[in-house]
Design a protein around this ligand. Sequence first.
Ligand code: NAD
Length: 352
Amino acid sequence: MTDSRPILITGGCGFIGCNLADRLAERGDNVVVLDNLARTGVRENAQWLKSRHGDLVAVTIADIRDPIPVIDAVRDARAVLHLAAQVAVTDSVSDPASDFEINARGTLNVLEAVRLHNRLAPVIFASTNKVYGRLIDDSAITLAGQRYVPTHDGLAGGISEDTPLDFYSPYGCSKGTADQYVHDYARVFGLRTVVMRMSCIYGPRQFGTEDQGWIAHFLLSAIRGNPLTIYGDGKQVRDALHVSDAVGAWLAALDRIDLVQGRVFNLGGGPRNAISLLELIDQIGNLTGRGVAYSFADWRPGDQPWYITDTSALSDALGWAPKVEIAEGLRSLHTWLHSRFGTSDGSREATA
Ligand SMILES: NC(=O)c1ccc[n+]([C@@H]2O[C@H](COP(=O)([O-])OP(=O)(O)OC[C@H]3O[C@@H](n4cnc5c(N)ncnc54)[C@H](O)[C@@H]3O)[C@@H](O)[C@H]2O)c1
């Protein structure tokens, strides 16, 4: 008999959460998204999910800092995908206490709800590459055109899960704390948890801002004709992963939880999808036919000059590999942002 209990997605109105909910509902799964709508724009994602899937997706407006609604939602869930978070490093620096309450304490609320009320439910957690800190010092990188590359050949395949943890910034600390709790609840309490340490995820339904979601923010600024501020020298490198591929990895882990419970994985686009900020600006110019104006400001705390994911652990365990190349992914995000924020003459957007 099929299990009709819903899959709970905390932060399910957010960018990655609503893409997960959409894919699950498309394949016929019942979904409950729990979100406090803290992120500007995400109410629209809730409406989008309801318009596409009706009763298959239920929306619960609640805060993960409050254990009671979390317990209510967890109790009946078939699985828990935990993505609700304070997501901006900048906001974590201006208000570390709130950042801790949401990311660390909120995650403990989710884990305790599972441990005490539904201990067989798989839990997959959205962690971050920020748990590895700045990673590399200036003596270990060199310039190649518009991007940094590591001088040590051993890093060419990217950063693996064996890399020492080095939480940096309050956001790094609160997400890293949550990451370690999720991992430890598998060891100590036998919960069926998986940690996904994600690099830069991008794609449709991302309301990127200067503080988080930089690829969407850069594209949106180009569409709006707004100048960009680049923090640092713009040569810092990230590997970008299209959200459809990220969703593919999460669902592969969920569907084969017996194989991967207790594991930690790095999840990103890998070396083939690496791009620097300045290279992205060039690509956006090609895509839109218009240059993007920008200026520079100081580096942000903990900003990694180079981060590329080694995805081999995930590939070996689940046969997962990214499918969407960055050039194609950028086109798809540009199309979505333009349809949402652009005007028919292609000049400036109409609504915010
Ligand atoms: N997007 C990325 O590149 C990326 C990279 C690494 C890790 N992550 C992690 O993935 C998760 C999802 O990120 P996203 O990009 O979709 O961000 P997002 O901001 O679009 O989604 C987060 C959602 O959580 C909700 N939320 C915030 N505080 C809450 C609270 N106290 N209670 C309930 N809901 C709350 C927000 O309203 C939002 O809908 C986050 O945990 C983030 O740290 C994202």
